[in-house]
Structure formats: structure tokens, C-alpha cells
Design a binder for this molecule. Structure first.
Ligand code: ATP
Length: 453
């Protein structure tokens, strides 16, 4: 892992090693592809208990087939957050959830937080990336004792922490939240107040709830906590399968400064799936409804020196998505827009510390790319684009949609730098291919020949 091996490779290798071991139990007879199944179990176990010091001894003692029983959810250890799939319209949601009970919630634009409350009264807050974020939010820690009902002894909440104006009683944009210091915040110094919007509960009073349906988890949530306006609230929700009602709810969400909706199955197929981009959670962002389904999280792997006004900083960057199967970064576009002057300076400064003499062997790009400098995979940038097209130059999803060509983004624009994702959590080639397929207007052969750079 020190040489930058992706986490998933380690998990797959552990699963396969256990499979080949002569001393550990052989696979049950009904399992058809034991190597794949073993890797799947390892990934699932790791998403619930991401600690090798616990997983490896358990693996050596019970083998892979009983590992899920031996490695359970533990209070105080962050679970990989469940993720949502992008959709483009309310009608697409109704199609996907046909005949199922589902619920819609406001999609708040802040920072994901998993709050663990231990029996000894201590609190830990974890980011989307399972990093400890407790030092950033002393105000959140402080409010916990005021929101719990007396019956509550321990819990794990899944929430979004959002910047909040307590005078105007209004949600503030993500950009305001991002001005808060990341560590060591002192309660009396806080200038940006936050509100916690709770949407799920994973554990209560010694009982893990991951395997329960959302309907029941919600009952626990509502029964165990008291809302504190402007400090702790339940995510706004409706349960309706009426197209017009959901459409109106989406408009209300946007008027309330939310990004859109998250729609979730409720009573069936509605367990909490750690780390999974599940079909049971769909996200619908107003911004992207008329263009492509979602933004992209991409890794800057190289840059070109700026000229004119941009002398001294980089003028543009080569971005890449991540291919999970081959563990490689594949170029997807050049980007030079969306940056404020200050942002460009900051990005240039940070990346200067990541320069490498030659591209990594696991970078895929065209020979003609010719950038001035190459970088380690270090940052993740959220990017919005007008559309996707087949490209003879870029290598994203090469071989998936077209046997010899990749996919590229047209008119990419930087939205924000994402501190909460590692490079190997960038948008994957499969996701790029899915978005390309979902794009309504398919490109004509003529356009396919174009080099969109
Ligand atoms: P992803 O997590 O799917 O890679 P992302 O991090 O770019 O994507 P979004 O696409 O904005 O995030 O959507 C998912 C995020 O929305 C969640 O990780 C969570 O932080 C946030 N969120 C806000 N409101 C809710 C809600 N009601 N239910 C679930 N997640 C919510």
C-alpha cells in the first residue's frame, strides 16, 4: 500500500489468498465462482469494519466464508457510507421504483457526517471518506446531549452537516461551509454556524440496524431524537409516488437551497448497503436535469504552463477518471475554465508539490497529449460538463463503448476541489460509460470522428 496500490487490490488479494490456503475451509459447494465470491466478501466486510488488524486475524481463524459473521459492525469504527445513483428525471425514478414503496428526501449540500455516540458519552464524527472530522465540529459534538431522548445510550447517525444562517433561518451554500477550518476548531471562534440534517440511523443502544429496512430505521430515528430548529433537524421528506407531487417537492427543495432530491426504497430492498452505490438510493439534482446526469470527480494528472495573464500558474490541466478493473487513470479532458484567479493559484501551488519526472505507468493518455508537467494522483476535482463524446484522443472508458476510442467531456468547468475523496474514489470508467449511454442524443458518426479538444 505504500507504493500506492489501490485498497481494493489488497482486499481481492486477501480473499484469493484465503481461497488458496490449504488450512482454511474450502468454499461451500453451491458457490460457483469462489475467487470472485471471496473477493466480494472481503470488500463487504471491509466496508463494515475497515481495520486490517481485526480482519486478517479473523480471516486466518475462520476463513473467508464465515468472515462476515466474525467481523461485525463496531461502534466507534466508521462504516463506508451508502451512495446514490444519478437519475435525470422524476419519470425515470417512477420507472425504476415501479410497484415499490419509496420516499423522497431533500438533498442537502454540505458535508456527509457519520456521528458515533459511545456509551461513555464520547462522540466521534467521520467524513464521507471515513476520516475523523470531530475536531472540525465541536458545535455538533456539543449539541448531541440536547437532541437525544433519555432512552438513548449509544447511536450512529448518518447526516449531512450544512452551513446555516440562524437569524434568517436559511441554509447557506456549500462554499460557506468550506471556509471553516478543518481541524482544531474552538467553539468560541466559530463564525459559520451549522445545522445537522439527519437522514438515517445505523445503530441504536447496542443494536446494529444495517440489516433493517429504512422504514424501521426511520422509526428509530424519529423516536430517539428531538429536533432543535437550526441545529438538528430530520431531513425533509415525503412519501408519494405521484409524479406531480414529487416534481413540486423537487422545486420546494431547490427553493430551500438544496441541490435536489434523494429517493430511497422504504419497506423492501431497503437495507443500508455500506460503501455501495446502490440502486435503492437515486439522486436527482435539479442542475443537471437538462444536461447530463451528474458532475464528475476527476484527478489532475498533468498540466500545461500558463501564458499571458496566467504566466506563473498552470494554464490548463489534464484530467483523468479511474478505471477500477485495470487500476489505471485514463485521460478524459483538458480543463482551463471555472477557476477563480485565487483558486488557480492555490491549485497550481498544491500540485507543484506533486510533480513527478515522468508519467506513472498506470496513466493512459494519447502520445499527442504532451503536457509540461506530470503529477502524482493526489487531488479530486468536481467538474461539470456540457456533454460526453467519443474521442480519438482521450482514453476514458476505452474499449467499453467503442473498441478503440475513449470518451471525453466537452466544455468542462471546475465546480470545486473535493477534500473528501481519494483519487481512487474518482468517477470510474464504468460510470463514464453509463453516463455516455444515458445521454439522450447519441452522437452521429460525423461527430464521433471529431477531436473535441
Ligand atoms: P457520491 O457520494 O454519490 O459519489 P457525491 O459525493 O458527489 O456523490 P452527491 O452526488 O452530491 O455526492 O450525492 C450524494 C451525497 O448527498 C451523499 O453522500 C450525502 O453527503 C448527500 N446527501 C444530502 N442529503 C442527503 C439525504 N437526504 N440522503 C442521503 N444523502 C444525502
Amino acid at each position: 500500500m505504500r507504493i500506492g496500490l489501490a485498497e481494493k487490490t489488497v482486499l481481492v488479494a486477501l480473499g484469493q489468498a484465503a481461497m488458496h490456503s490449504a488450512t482454511l475451509p474450502a468454499p461451500p459447494s453451491q458457490i460457483q465462482s469462489p475467487l470472485e465470491e471471496a473477493a466480494k466478501i472481503m470488500k463487504q466486510v471491509y466496508s463494515v469494519l475497515p481495520i486490517y488488524d481485526k480482519i486478517v486475524p479473523a480471516l486466518l481463524s475462520v476463513g473467508v466464508w464465515k468472515l462476515s459473521e466474525a467481523c461485525n459492525f463496531s461502534l466507534g469504527v466508521p462504516v463506508g457510507p451508502m451512495l446514490a445513483k444519478p437519475t435525470k428525471s422524476v419519470s425515470e425514478i417512477l420507472d425504476k421504483f415501479q410497484g415499490m414503496e419509496f420516499t423522497s428526501e431533500y438533498k442537502y449540500d454540505g458535508e456527509r457526517a457519520q456521528i458515533h455516540y459511545m456509551e461513555d458519552g464520547s462522540v466521534e464524527i467521520y467524513s464521507r471518506n471515513a476520516e475523523r472530522n470531530t475536531g472540525k465540529y465541536p458545535d455538533v459534538v456539543n449539541c448531541i446531549s440536547r437532541i437525544m431522548k433519555p432512552t438513548v445510550k449509544s447511536f450512529v447517525l448518518d447526516c449531512e452537516i450544512v452551513a446555516y444562517d440562524r437569524v434568517k433561518k436559511k441554509i447557506l451554500p456549500f462554499q460557506v461551509l468550506s471556509t471553516r477550518a478543518r481541524k482544531g476548531v474552538i467553539l468560541s471562534d466559530i463564525k459559520v454556524a451549522v445545522c445537522i440534517y439527519a437522514f438515517d440511523i445505523l445503530y441504536i443502544n447496542g443494536q446494529p440496524l444495517l440489516q433493517e429496512q429504512l422504514k424501521l430505521r426511520r422509526e428509530h430515528l424519529y423516536n430517539s431524537f428531538e429536533e432543535l430548529p437550526g441545529e438538528f433537524q430530520f431531513a425533509t421528506t415525503i412519501t408519494s409516488n405521484d409524479l406531480e407531487e414529487i416534481q413540486k417537492f423537487l422545486d420546494d427543495a431547490v427553493s430551500a437551497s438544496c441541490e435536489g432530491l434523494i429517493i430511497k426504497t422504504l419497506g423492501k430492498d431497503a437495507t443500508y448497503e455500506p460503501s455501495k452505490r446502490s440502486n435503492n438510493w437515486l439522486k436527482l439534482k435539479k442542475d443537471y436535469m437538462d444536461s447530463i446526469g451528474d458532475s464528475f470527480d476527476l484527478v489532475p494528472i498533468a498540466a500545461f504552463h500558463g501564458r499571458g495573464k496566467r504566466t506563473g500558474v498552470y494554464g490548463s490541466f489534464l484530467l483523468a477518471c479511474y478505471d477500477e478493473h485495470n487500476e489505471e487513470y485514463q485521460s478524459i479532458c483538458n480543463i482551463g475554465t471555472g477557476f477563480s484567479e485565487q483558486q488557480l493559484e492555490e491549485c497550481s501551488k498544491n500540485l507543484r508539490g506533486k510533480i513527478i519526472l515522468k508519467p506513472k505507468p498506470y496513466y493512459r493518455y494519447a502520445d499527442s497529449a504532451n503536457p509540461d508537467v506530470w503529477f502524482e494522483p493526489a487531488e479530486v476535482w468536481e467538474v461539470k460538463a456540457a456533454d460526453l463524446s467519443i474521442s480519438p484522443v482521450h482514453r476514458a472508458a476505452n474499449g467499453i463503448v467503442d473498441p478503440n476510442k475513449g470518451i471525453s467531456l466537452r466544455f468542462p468547468r471546475l465546480l470545486r476541489v473535493r477534500d473528501d475523496k481519494n483519487p481512487d474514489q474518482a468517477t470510474t470508467s464504468d460510470q463514464v460509460a453509463d453516463m455516455y449511454r444515458a445521454q439522450k442524443i447519441n452522437h452521429t458518426n460525423h461527430q464521433e470522428e471529431e477531436d473535441d479538444d
